[in-house]
Design a protein around this ligand. Sequence first.
Ligand code: PBG
Length: 329
Amino acid sequence: MKILGNYPGVRLRRNRKYNWSRRLVAENNLSVSDLILPIFVTEGKNKIEAIKVMPGVFRYSIDKLSRVVNQASKLKIPLVAIFPHTSYKKKDPYGSEGLNEDNLVCKAIRKIKKNNPNIGVMADVALDPYTDHGHDGILKNKEILNDETVEILSQQALIQAQMGCDVIAPSDMMDGRVGVIRKTLDENDFKNVQILSYAAKYASNFYGPFRNAVGSINKLKGNKKSYQMDYKNSSEAIREVALDIKEGADFVMVKPALPYLDVIKLVKDNFRIPVFGYQVSGEYTMIAQSIKNNTLKKEAILESLMSIKRAGASAIVTYFALEIAKKLK
Ligand code: PBG
């Protein structure tokens, strides 16, 4: 009999035989410190609204926000990310509400920094929660204007920093925005505010439930392919990341995560900067809705998160953060 490798002397199954042994040789691990919790906020009072398309995820009015932030804080989740559900009457073509110091995000940042000073707060920089056309920038003659948008975004970032935001996260995919935001923050004495750049953000079909959650889905005119990345590309992600690092990003995001594990790995292998993965709303619903058995579902969530870590992510934005933090405890 022809024997491949060194079998029967070598048997890889030996290391897998016992739980203690599998633990000893585990190459990757997931801990609560790897989790970033997205939180949706909404107008009004006394509201904890279920989001129909994302079972298990809620929108909180500002007065109820502490409930979920306290939970995250107790579980030692390091960072929460705030996303606003803005009422349509506050939206306009320029996303002016994004520059209102009393908008939902600003209120949320102030509240969290006051009540939970030990948890990090991150806020997206982009205009889509505030524009009546649903795009991340200014729309003119069917074009999303780059430079004009970047000016507004840098003001939005500055206001969020003034409110106490720890991590500014440009998710708009305009060219050059990280540099302009860094400069604006520095000139205004916010040298220590971090920038998490959504450097490789794809024009993905997995954002649907999120757009529903923030109320932009029925309003979006066209698609975002003229600024978000084409899912056929990965070398281009390296250029995006290289530029954002030069412009001053402290960490970079790859988004979505599961269909883009190759991109996470590519970024990890090419740069010495922390890379995060965003397990987006469509990934969440696929897992949350397809597995009914709770134990099996939790295992599947862990498997998906571990794969993102294995690809090279140092942290993961996930709507499963609370559930998994409890399980990891
Ligand atoms: C918008 C933004 C999006 C998400 C986060 N910020 C959607 C989009 O680009 O249209 C998606 C997150 C998710 O699907 O979970 N700046």
